[in-house]
Design a protein around this ligand. Structure first.
Ligand SMILES: Nc1nc2c(ncn2[C@@H]2O[C@H](COP(=O)(O)OP(=O)(O)OP(=O)(O)O)[C@@H](O)[C@H]2O)c(=O)[nH]1
Ligand SMILES: [Mg+2]
Length: 215
């Protein structure tokens, strides 16, 4: 079922003149337009699981070693998916617990979610189940574009969550799962691109099966 939150401003395609000189002018002196679309991804999870580190690794390409609890930060990065270019807005949120209020800006106008737990914290996996329920309740839908990631997979010696635990939960939700390390920049790109791919899948018009009859 497609995710049907109200479309964000970000849904509006941003048409920008292609500054690339290699773009030949079209007939009549017009120039080819490069349509760049915006998508908004919200990163959610328990405090300290590495939401900021994952986000900063994806958007700024470095590892944030120091722990500074986040209130909220928004980042942007341009990416290519297939033949299309997207401006991805990534919202790095404050750590959530089961008593946190789920703000409306985490559901209205959001295209997809990166749900983060730490492989070194069993309770962070429990928290992600609570958060998933909050997302679905707030949006009033049965499914949203999302990817579940177990961060800090470089900390194998302190593992509390098995790969299978994460996979099982993702299978229940019908979404992808991967273990990542913001520290080692391992599978961070795949995680965000996975969310973007899910978003695009949910926006694609349903293909109706048409029966073909020969007259
Ligand atoms: N070893 C290791 N440490 C990590 C990794 N990702 C984050 N950390 C560390 O874990 C601590 C918390 O990371 P943050 O990114 O601040 O966590 P957060 O989820 O944004 O925390 P809140 O904003 O408080 O919710 C920091 O000291 C990070 O450097 C990782 O992949 N591996
Ligand atoms: Mg943070």
């Amino acid at each position: 079922m497609p995710f049907c939150c109200p479309p964000s401003n970000d849904d509006k395609a941003v048409a920008a003149l292609d500054a690339d000189d290699s773009t030949a002018p079209l007939a009549g002196g017009r120039r080819r337009r490069n349509i760049q679309q915006k998508r908004k991804i919200v990163v959610l999870g328990f405090r300290g699981v590495g939401k900021s580190a994952v986000t900063i690794q994806f958007c700024e390409n470095h590892f944030a070693d120091m722990y500074h609890p986040t209130i909220e930060n928004t980042f942007e990065r341009t990416v290519q998916l297939g033949s299309e270019e997207f401006t991805v807005q990534v919202v790095d949120t404050a750590g959530q617990d089961e008593y946190s209020v789920f703000p409306s800006q985490y559901s209205v106008g959001v295209d997809g979610y990166l749900l983060v737990y730490s492989i070194a914290s069993k309770s962070s996996l429990q928290m992600i189940k609570v958060l998933n329920d909050k997302i679905l309740n707030a949006a009033g839908v049965e499914s949203v574009p999302r990817v579940l990631i177990g961060n800090k997979c470089d900390m194998g010696a302190r593992r509390q969550v098995t790969v299978e635990d994460g996979q099982r939960l993702a299978a229940q939700w019908g979404c992808s799962h991967m273990e990542v390390s913001a520290k080692h920049n391992q599978h961070i790109e795949e995680a965000f691109m996975g969310v973007l791919a899910e978003i695009e899948k949910s926006r694609a018009p349903a293909v109706e099966e048409k029966s073909c009859s020969l007259m």
